[in-house]
Design a protein around this ligand. Sequence first.
Ligand SMILES: C[S@@+](CC[C@H](N)C(=O)[O-])C[C@H]1O[C@@H](n2cnc3c(N)ncnc32)[C@H](O)[C@@H]1O
Length: 207
Amino acid sequence: MGATPWFWNRLARLYERQQISDVVAYEAKLDKTREYFTPQSEVLELACGTGTTAIAHAPFVKHIRAVDFSKKMIAIAQGKARDAGVENVDFEIASIDDISSADGRYDAVLAMSILHLLDDRRAVIGKVFDLLKPGGVFVSSTVCISNPSRLLRVLLPVGSALGLMPTLNFMGKDQLIGDLRTAGFEIEHIWQPNERAAVFVVARKPG
Ligand SMILES: C[S@@+](CC[C@H](N)C(=O)[O-])C[C@H]1O[C@@H](n2cnc3c(N)ncnc32)[C@H](O)[C@@H]1O
């Protein structure tokens, strides 16, 4: 089972205090994502954490619905949005499992640092496909580890059983891209700043 809201609630304050590890790469991902936005864009962000990315994108789109199942993460995000005077982002406590395509269709769906943490990423990728309008884009950034060290293989299950770390699914970049293509996406852009960095992908639902 993947990490629970309880795990992320405990981590929320620390997560917010943590520095972005590679600011240049983070900014480059923001810039690339904005190439796909218009002032009319309706955006959904899955697993938004403390809201940094949604707040940064807010001036470039019409509206962002940003969801996370951790109420502590959402509380921090809401406070930051209030402080920044951002009014076109709605932060919502919700699990990805609870979101349905009946809720609406989006021009863009964002999933930053989450696909590798999910129990069933293929189901979520399929759901994102349904949530997008034809021609819409799915922007993700995902830790891809296909060949974990023996230490990691041993430490991770123990750490996640003790509630000290989330469950991390091991997958290679090719597997991730394959899953996106299998769901029907066309890959527009792949970028991995270095071989240990997360893989940033922009995938489009055919129009
Ligand atoms: C590694 S953090 C990433 C946060 C943010 N996207 C970022 O890039 O900083 C993972 C986030 O996913 C959330 N999360 C994990 N599983 C989730 C699920 N099934 N539904 C909603 N949120 C989830 C956690 O609460 C946490 O805030």
